[in-house]
Design a protein around this ligand. Structure first.
Ligand code: ATP
Ligand code: MG
Length: 450
């Protein structure tokens, strides 16, 4: 199979541009030692070995790559023989993972070009669609990649950058351009539209006008992608430190509505700007946390994305006579079951989202032993952050949020004082409880037990 793919592709020498070591800024000092070990070892064994993809793109920008991907002309079995610390993964396309403690260097064999994958593969694979599992040459591999800036190869042999698609020029002008006809490439794999947004935001690159135009045309196709893959992509989109800009750009291209249809629905008919404000604040906070080196959790963001749809539904149900508790529980169930059709959500995520939502109403109790019990709830911190988010964006009582801020900081003695029932029911803070309750109902936070 390997030989047949190889023999079909003649090197397109005329198209290739080679940037020698002095013509680019990638130095070996920026490359992970383990990635270098892999490259050198492959070379020593007589194989070609390159870094490719995001790492080359990021190195050229002087950024630290997320990971280092290696491509070679060795096939997976040959790769396995070269490295002891190696495992083959993937069924459709076999890849090698070379393990160095916690760092994993992914080593792939050059992929064959789509055009040269013909009946032979179908026969070979007994009807199973394994057309990806065809190895090829670097000249074929390059055309399977998405953007020109993702198709630059760093050659360990002479430290040059090999460029078949004018990726260097695009890189210099900070342009994301699809290799080949944009519409065809988006149709082939609509996830490339999400990747376009992710890279544009992360790198500060602009989309090539042709690419942009096609995206407007075929955005809808994203809905054909399995929900599990869209969930993975959503995590990459929103947990990488540029969530707010990503959100705006996804909406601009009509992609957000495919990922979060119920949310988009609420946003397009929002009142007072509340849903948008809450979401924007949540996304912004999470970007700030990432910039500060703190962790962010997927469930918190998903809880924020879907909070408004849950509230809208719950209110409708209450208007039809359902009690608040049931209304919120049903609304949460329905919103989650709809959402998983777009982005599959793992069970631990939906459980955590429900908890964050249901704990919102528990904050109302500020007297007696309830506050101290709430404080030790494993989801207290997230639920409190969510309350703060709502309070800051007009969806909950700011005074209540402040009280909880103070309560959790206080020592035991102070906490006891804070939760003591008022001595005289009438004398202390008259009317307060009643007016507060009214407010909570308006903001529909009473989702006890959702
Ligand atoms: P990141 O910094 O997020 O890792 P990346 O460009 O390395 O960015 P990966 O998903 O790790 O992205 O993919 C590695 C490379 O594989 C890409 O640079 C690209 O060349 C190719 N690739 C990945 N996904 C696709 C796709 N859907 N279509 C075409 N090529 C792809
Ligand atoms: Mg990568």
């Amino acid at each position: 199979m390997i030989n047949s793919a190889r023999s079909q592709a003649e090197p397109v020498e005329s198209q290739v541009k080679i940037y020698s070591r002095s013509e680019h800024n990638i130095s070996r000092a920026q490359i992970s030692e383990n990635a270098l070990k892999v490259l050198y070892k492959l070379q020593k064994e007589g194989y070609k070995a390159y870094l490719v993809g995001g790492c080359v793109r990021d190195l050229l920008l002087g950024r630290e790559p997320k990971d280092f991907d290696v491509v070679t002309d060795a096939d997976p079995e040959q790769i396995r023989k070269v490295f002891r610390n190696c495992r083959l993964i993937g069924r459709r396309f076999r890849l090698a993972h070379v393990h160095f403690g916690r760092e994993v260097i992914e080593v792939a064999t050059f992929r064959g070009a789509a055009e040269t994958q013909n009946d032979k593969q179908v026969l070979n694979n007994e009807g199973r669609l394994l057309r990806d599992n065809v190895y090829g040459t670097i000249e074929e591999d390059v055309w399977r990649r998405d953007f020109t800036v993702n198709a630059l190869y760093y050659n360990i042999k002479d430290f040059s950058v090999v460029d078949y698609v004018d990726g260097m020029a695009d890189h210099k002008s900070a342009t994301l351009r699809l290799i080949g006809d944009p519409e065809t490439r988006f149709r082939e794999d609509p996830v490339r539209m999400l990747r376009a947004v992710r890279f544009a935001v992360k790198l500060g690159f602009r989309l090539h006008p042709d690419c942009e135009k096609s995206m407007h045309q075929v955005a809808e196709l994203l809905s054909s992608i399995p929900s599990a893959r869209l969930y993975d992509e959503a995590l990459k989109l929103f947990l990488s430190g540029y969530a707010l800009q990503t959100f705006e750009m996804l909406r601009h291209y009509g992609l957000f509505q495919v990922l979060f249809p119920a949310t988009e629905n609420c946003l397009s008919m929002e009142e007072n700007g509340f849903p948008r404000l809450l979401l924007i604040r949540a996304l912004d906070n999470s970007d700030i946390r990432i910039a500060d080196g703190k962790t962010v959790t997927a469930y918190f963001l998903f809880a924020a994305f879907l909070w408004e749809p849950v509230q809208v539904r719950a209110k409708e149900k209450m208007a039809h006579g359902l009690v608040e508790f049931m209304a919120y529980q049903e609304a949460a169930n329905e919103v989650i079951s709809m959402q998983v059709k777009s982005t599959a959500l793992p069970r631990h995520i939906t459980m955590a989202m429900r908890e964050v939502w249901s704990l919102q109403s528990k904050f109302d109790a500020r007297v007696g032993s309830k506050p101290s019990r709430l404080l030790i709830h494993p989801r207290f911190r997230a639920a409190y952050d969510f309350l703060l988010l709502r309070a800051e964006t007009g969806g909950a009582d700011l005074e209540l949020a402040k009280w909880w801020g103070k309560y959790q900081e206080a020592n035991e003695n102070e906490q006891r004082k804070m939760t003591q029932p008022p001595r005289k029911a009438q004398g202390s803070k008259p009317g307060r409880k009643r007016s507060y309750r009214g407010k909570v109902k308006d903001s529909a936070s009473g989702n006890d037990g959702v």
